[in-house]
Design a protein around this ligand. Structure first.
Ligand code: AMP
Length: 283
């Protein structure tokens, strides 16, 4: 397994792969790798990719909260061990901020046509401009044929689709299913920061989403939203930040009397100071 930290090295490695006209996939991550990331890499390798580039880079511009950036887990040695079994099927890119951004570590201005103003965007101002900027740089460096993103960050996935449209980047964006623990909790790098007590409580998030799905055909959207708010208000440990039922394409909030079309539930919850998100298709 090759590991490169310089943009010139990775560009050269990708150029070499191209000589044998291979399909090159890309899985960008912020490290602290877990089964969810592995499922994404496996998915990429199964989707007609001969090789997959996995980047590990904690992108400073997407953190609106400095404390969150400071506490974000950085476990490079363990991450490289985790990836070793993939051998030469993957190439790992571990740049620093200078390699990705050059001297100006800042976000570009984007017009994501409102996709970035709701849910995560509303609670994390500037987050998606940071995500868009880092991916724009990474796509320019790696030049993959296909790039893979987890549906766990569903809003991010839709914004990246918009990004490649806006910047006319020639890459196919592919969403991959959410990988969950046996108790339903979505895998996340942040889970390792949960105390045993919060870890035990956290599957309540997915359980609530499952119930919303079960009740979707019999309850109004307003009633479902109120029910979720009540569930978390009564919970001793978990604090709801938002719960939304929205159109998965436009991310616009569903109207109360609207029941035809596609719907997806989105949730953000604090387990102590650890912020967890999840999402589930309702239709
Ligand atoms: P992150 O390192 O958290 O930025 O995530 C890197 C990529 O892995 C993103 O495309 C995420 O959506 C994806 N990902 C994170 N957790 C999961 C999961 N539990 N299942 C599937 N994909 C995931």
């Amino acid at each position: 397994m090759k590991v490169y930290s310089k943009r010139l090295e990775i560009s050269q490695a990708v150029a070499n792969l191209r000589k044998t006209s291979k399909t090159i996939g890309f899985v960008p991550t912020m490290g602290a790798l877990h089964k969810g990331h592995a499922s994404l890499i496996d998915f990429a390798l199964e989707q007609q990719c001969d090789s997959v580039i996995v980047s590990i880079f904690v992108n400073p511009t997407q953190f609106n909260n400095k404390e969150d950036l400071k506490h974000y887990p950085r476990t490079l040695e363990a991450d490289l061990d985790f990836l070793k079994p993939y051998g030469d099927k993957i190439i790992v890119f571990t740049p620093d901020a200078q390699e990705v951004y050059g001297d100006e570590v800042k976000s570009k201005d984007y017009n994501f046509q409102g996709l970035d103003k709701v849910m995560e965007g509303a609670f994390r101002p500037g987050h998606f401009e940071g995500v868009g900027t880092v991916l724009s740089h990474l796509f320019t460096i790696v030049k993959p044929d296909k790039a893979f993103f987890g549906e766990k960050d569903f809003q991010q996935l839709q914004i990246i689709r918009k990004l490649v449209e806006i910047e006319a980047i020639p890459v196919e964006i592919i969403g991959a299913p959410i990988n969950r623990n046996d108790d339903g909790l979505a895998e996340s790098s942040r889970n390792q920061r949960l105390t045993p007590e919060y870890r035990e409580a956290a599957p309540f998030i997915y359980k609530t989403l499952r119930q919303v799905k079960a009740d979707f055909s019999i309850k109004s959207i307003e009633d479902l939203k109120s029910w979720v708010i009540e569930q978390f208000a009564a919970h001793e440990l978990l604090k709801l930040e938002y719960f939304e039922i929205a159109d998965p394409h436009t991310l616009k909030s569903a109207k109360n009397d609207q029941k035809s079309g596609d719907f997806r539930a989105f949730i953000a919850v604090f387990a102590g100071d650890v912020r967890l998100i999840d999402t589930l298709a309702l239709t």
